[in-house]
Design a protein around this ligand. Structure first.
Ligand code: UD1
Ligand code: CA
Length: 457
């Protein structure tokens, strides 16, 4: 395969988004539009990716600075041909250049590979639409060869009848592209440098113009408004849902399922309605996710059940655990196998070993918990003194009574029992009962206050 350069056009204003943010930085499936295009381009292993930006100032290069792309400012914006011209000084003549668009986010590398295989010459990605309104039309001669693209605003009534349209995506030998772009003129209705005018130049020079069609029509859909963004988001989520179903995942409702990243599932996974998966999520065999859970950057091992309305972020959950409903696992949570975490339990930066339970209303932060520990309802680890954070260590077989505060740094030794309602500030000895409580007293004969009778008539 010829070496390839990729130019991504992303200078447009996106007026119809009614947003202060550049259009290409709006998110689809949890990732900016232009990042989708960059990730797809990277799959072609290009020599260089050049992003042409304009509106929104440095926001685009700032957002993409870790990608290794080259950024070129286009100011003013004089058309798609002018936009590609800005990138040319950064591209060497060897090989081909692929033009993509920052606001056409779902183009797939499989389609681009087909373009690369179309043969030498110029390759256009085209599509046949029932309603071609607004698109440039692909004009062919009697032999069926492409001879030009005519923009709708410049088209004759006959040309407007053409259903085959230009998606904008094209692949051209770089040295020809450079020459053709230099020859562009603005003698058209919009007074712009049209990239599409290079097609007629190629045809006149006898360069073959190939056409390739995308594998799915949604690959070439562009985003100009929030409405189009919402529609394409749903399309993408349906594609993802069908992919998961085809792999054997049970989805209670494929229309109420959102993946904003990558979801890997084992066998016999089932997911109830309204769940959102973000970042990289791995679910083992027989994992069940209840309704309305949000799971982000997490691994959940075989046989674990997550009950409804649980939030799991940057956590590692072992096998055969029972989590939720209404559990919150915050970053740095590591649960070993058979751990139970119940409702309104928040865990952060903590490790809990096999078979331990915290079933009700607790905060466990910066804590290490051994095996077979029972954390009573309402237990709080006081890990923060207002300035610094400290660790709590709870060893194997400890029983913490309800409504206990463990003031860190503190260690509750193996087999200890903590009486309910205690505030534990010092390490406790192994195997003993420790509690801190004022003695229960009874005031004999005490009576409740009575309502006072006022006589201010
Ligand atoms: C363009 C094509 C048309 C095609 C359609 C597909 C041209 C002349 N026409 O038309 O044949 O059917 O796309 O959607 O190419 N851009 C810049 N700088 C500019 C102008 C545009 O970066 O100076 C970017 C825009 O941000 C946008 C893309 O190029 O992402 C397309 O520009 P737009 O003005 O929308 O082109 P269309 O008129 O739709
Ligand atoms: Ca108390």
């Amino acid at each position: 395969m010829n070496p390839i350069n990729v130019v991504i056009l992303a200078a447009g204003k996106g007026t119809r988004m009614h947003s202060d943010k550049p259009k290409v930085l709006h998110a689809l499936a949890g990732k900016s539009l232009v990042q989708h295009v960059l990730d797809c381009a990277k799959a072609l292993d290009p020599r260089r990716i050049c992003v042409v930006y304009g509106h929104g100032g440095e926001a685009v290069p700032e957002a993409l600075k870790s990608t290794g792309a080259t950024f070129v400012m286009q100011e003013p914006q004089l058309g798609t041909g002018h936009a590609v011209q800005q990138a040319m000084p950064h591209l060497d003549d060897e090989g081909e250049t692929l033009v993509l668009y920052g606001d056409v986010p779902l183009i797939q590398s499989s389609t681009l590979h087909q373009m690369q295989q179309a043969g030498s010459g110029l390759t256009l990605l085209t599509v046949n639409l029932d309603n071609p309104t607004g698109y440039g039309r692909i004009v062919r001669n009697a032999q069926g060869d492409v001879i030009s693209i005519v923009e709708e605003k410049d088209a004759t009534p006959e040309q407007r009848e053409i259903r085959e349209v230009n998606t904008g995506i094209l692949l051209a030998p770089t040295k020809y592209l450079r020459k053709w772009l230099a020859g562009l003129r603005t003698n058209n209705t919009q007074g712009e440098y049209y990239l599409t005018d290079i097609i007629a130049m190629a045809a006149e020079e006898g360069v073959v113009v190939h056409t390739v069609q995308p594998n799915h029509e949604w690959e070439i859909h562009g985003i100009n408004s929030k409405s189009q963004l919402a529609v394409l988001e749903r399309t993408w989520q349906q594609v993802e849902a069908q992919r998961q179903l085809a792999l054997g995942v049970t989805l209670a409702d494929p229309a109420r399922f959102d993946v904003r990243g990558k979801l890997n599932c084992g066998r016999d996974v089932s997911i109830d309605v309204g769940c959102i998966f973000e970042g990289l999520v791995t679910l083992g065999n027989n994992v069940q996710i209840g309704a309305y859970c949000i799971v982000k950057n997490a691994a959940i091992a075989d046989g674990t059940q997550i009950a409804p309305y649980s939030h799991i972020d940057s956590s590692d959950v072992g096998a055969d655990c029972r989590i939720g409903p209404y559990a919150r696992l915050r970053p740095g949570t590591r649960l070993h196998n058979e751990v139970h975490v119940g409702n309104f339990v928040e865990i952060k930066n903590s490790e809990i070993e096999k078979g331990s339970k915290a079933n009700h209303l607790s905060y466990i932060g910066d804590t290490t918990i051994g095996c077979r520990v029972n954390i009573g309802a309402g237990t709080i680890t006081c890990n923060y003194d207002g300035a610094n954070k400290f660790r709590t260590v709870i060893e194997d077989d400890v029983f913490i009574g309800s409504d206990t505060q463990l003031v860190a740094p503190v260690t509750v030794a193996r087999g200890s029992t903590i009486g309910a309602g205690s505030t534990i500030t010092r390490d406790t000895p192994a195997g003993e009962l420790t509690l801190s409580r004022s003695k229960q007293v009874t005031i004999a004969g005490w009576s409740r206050p009575k309502k006072q009778v006022t006589s201010d008539k």
